[in-house]
Design a protein around this ligand. Structure first.
Ligand code: NAD
Ligand code: ZN
Length: 229
């Protein structure tokens, strides 16, 4: 059975209107990364951090999956082998397109986490520093997202999937944020073919690179894979 492992980044959601890190007028440029995406930033100003993720949550709920997300859902449904998506995105567009095997290594915008007891629950539209944890009642509610300096989720499963992959495909990620940036090397060392689909070339070590918008390139690639399957 052939195993396909797909890594997605902010670029796959760009055509849905959710900005990438480097978008000129995106949400990220109005805030300092250190302020909104580190545990230190949250300790210093939890209100600002909640406001930032509240805004991103609203954007996410207003956005729709694009042709790239839909194509990956078709791949999971129709490919006779194994398909798993590892995403750095905290939006839920893969799930809303219909994918079932989605591993959120950087957490999820729509989930809340208690920093005190580790309990997780569905995030309300607006989170505040005054929200008590439903389990332990501590005032330590935070977005269930992985910040810089924190350990990404599911690393053991990811490692295993990368080693077992026959084909590794990276879509819409700049390859600048580790550990995800190193996945191509792990997959390659395990014997996988590697393909990058991105608007720009990232200079990483892929067997093949397809340059262009995910909304065009991903459906074309999925068509090819399903035709050959
Ligand atoms: P990034 O912003 O560093 O890189 C995005 C890449 O996508 C760039 O290389 C860009 O050229 C490419 N791109 C832009 N538009 C594209 C399109 N239409 N089609 C194909 N490629 C396109 O994003 P990253 O690599 O995911 O950065 C990692 C961090 O950014 C992660 O921690 C992630 O959680 C966070 N992030 C997530 C979201 C989201 O959840 N939607 C949005 C912004 C940032
Ligand atoms: Zn708690």
């Amino acid at each position: 059975m052939m195993r396909i492992v797909i890594l997605t980044g902010a670029g796959i959601s760009a055509e849905s209107g959710l900005g990438t890190f480097r978008d000129k007028d995106g949400l990220w440029t109005k805030y300092d990364l250190e302020d909104v995406a580190t545990p230190q930033g949250f300790a210093h100003n939890p209100r600002l951090v909640h406001d930032f993720y509240n805004a991103r949550r609203a954007n996410c709920l207003a956005a729709l999956p694009n042709d790239a997300h839909h194509a990956l859902a078709r791949l999971e449904a129709e490919f006779p082998g194994d398909v798993v998506i590892i995403t750095q995105n905290i939006d839920n567009l893969h799930e809303r397109a219909g994918n079932h095997r989605v591993w959120h290594m950087h957490g999820e915008l729509l989930r809340a986490l208690c920093a005190s007891c580790g309990h997780r629950w569905n995030a309300p539209a607006i989170m505040t520093p005054q929200d008590p944890c439903p389990a332990c009642h501590a005032l330590a509610t935070r977005p269930d997202v992985v910040w810089f300096g924190e350990m990404p989720h599911m690393m053991d499963d990811i490692q295993q999937a990368l080693y077992e992959a026959d084909l590794f495909v990276s879509i819409g990620t700049s390859g600048t944020v580790y550990p995800a940036a190193g996945f191509v090397r792990i997959a390659s060392a395990g014997g996988a073919q590697t393909l990058e689909i991105n608007l720009e070339t990232t200079g990483s070590v892929f067997d093949e690179t397809r340059q262009g918008e995910a909304g065009k390139q991903v459906p074309a690639w999925v068509d090819e894979v399903l035709r050959q399957a």
